[in-house]
Design a binder for this molecule. Structure first.
Ligand SMILES: [Zn+2]
Length: 227
């Protein structure tokens, strides 16, 4: 009895000690402005891999580079319905643990076919592109449509070619998608539909990354002022 009790106490202490530094001290991703706070070093490494991929892709596709530290916190809970959240102006991203993301994932959503790890990584790319978009000038009170267009585009672009094809096939948009279909209304009421339209619309451009560049330099405006 006594022995078992001591062993249990030792195990508990050990798990507290090994978990505590990770929770209080963020891990800085190698050669990156991104840092991660997570209860799991494995998850933190996954976040860093996704961040490195995102930073390289942004450079190749005319998304502004992340020019300031961005802190990613892997958390156990978030506002209802959210799997991740970018706190604009605060350079902070909160994302659920991969397990909690799976629990909350919409089974009919645009990304529901992805394996758990690929989906988690794609969420990191999506949120980091919001952080990058912070430096894009917006002539309206909000540029939510443009911001999400770029975020969803980068999210899908970060997938494997086969996953991109599946994403496009499930969107089932075998026609020309117009800019009018990419409104804030669609974004708010049917975000998954917006994601599918954004990707299909981008694929219909002659040079998708040049189009992303036109959005991020303000030549193309997807938003409008609502009076
Ligand atoms: Zn978003």
């Amino acid at each position: 009895m006594g022995n078992t009790g001591r062993r249990a106490a030792a195990t508990l202490l050990c798990s507290v000690l090994s978990a505590a530094p990770l929770r209080s001290e963020p891990m800085v991703c190698p050669d990156s402005v991104v840092s991660v706070t997570s209860g799991s070093s494995h998850v933190a490494e996954t976040v860093c891999e996704a961040a490195a991929f995102a930073e390289e892709m942004f450079g190749q596709c005319n998304v502004p580079s992340l020019d300031r530290p961005v802190a990613i916190h892997v958390v156990e809970d978030l506002l209802d319905g959210c799997v991740a959240l970018y706190h604009c102006g605060n350079d902070k991203i909160e994302v659920l643990t991969p397990g909690k993301v799976d629990e909350r994932r919409d089974p009919d959503g645009a990304f529901s076919f992805l394996p758990s790890k690929d989906y988690f990584r794609s969420i990191i790319v999506h949120e980091l592109s919001h952080a990058a978009f912070d430096s894009v000038p917006c002539p309206f009170s909000s540029c939510a449509a443009a911001n999400e267009y770029v975020a969803y585009s980068m999210q899908v672009m970060s997938l494997s070619e086969e996953e991109q094809r599946t994403f496009a096939a499930r969107a089932d948009l075998d026609r020309k998608v117009s800019r009018d279909e990419l409104s804030k209304m669609i974004l708010y009421f049917a975000p998954h539909r917006f994601a599918q339209r954004a990707w299909t619309h981008l694929q219909q451009r002659d040079d998708p990354c040049a189009f992303i560049g036109q959005i991020t330099d303000g030549t193309v405006l997807l938003d409008r002022e609502h009076f």
